[in-house]
Write a protein that binds this ligand. Structure first.
Ligand SMILES: Nc1ncnc2c1ncn2[C@@H]1O[C@H](COP(=O)(O)OP(=O)(O)O)[C@@H](O)[C@H]1O
Ligand SMILES: [Mg+2]
Length: 93
């Protein structure tokens, strides 16, 4: 049997409530795999959904639809094997 990918974003949809009332569709039909030992960079303009992708991967939030899997197991909540270096310093002085 084929080893499952290290990370699999499966048919991800991420919708946020917008301030004006219109929903923000941050991620649509996102589906890709990252194999074991692959090194991947995610590039894109501000607001395209990069941080949303990382929050989903760390289990800090769950997708509106679809599923993220790590080695074949669905992410159901925050993980202790993922570290995030935030864009802005978040520690007190
Ligand atoms: N918690 C949230 N509530 C409402 N909208 C959000 C939230 N998080 C992200 N968004 C919106 O989703 C889109 C993608 O945001 P984000 O993932 O932060 O993009 P990036 O990291 O690529 O700059 C943007 O339009 C952003 O305004
Ligand atoms: Mg970001």
């Amino acid at each position: 049997m084929r080893t499952p990918p290290a990370i699999h974003f499966k048919d991800i949809e991420q919708v946020f409530p917008g301030k004006s009332g219109a929903p923000i569709h941050a991620l649509h039909a996102l589906d890709f795999r990252i194999e074991r030992h692959e090194f991947v960079s995610v590039l894109g303009p501000s607001g395209c959904g990069k941080s949303t992708l990382l929050r989903l991967l760390s289990g800090l939030m769950l997708p509106s639809d679809g599923q993220v899997e790590v080695f074949g197991s669905p992410i159901k909540g925050p993980r202790d094997d993922v570290g995030i270096v935030f864009q802005r310093p978040t520690l007190l002085p």
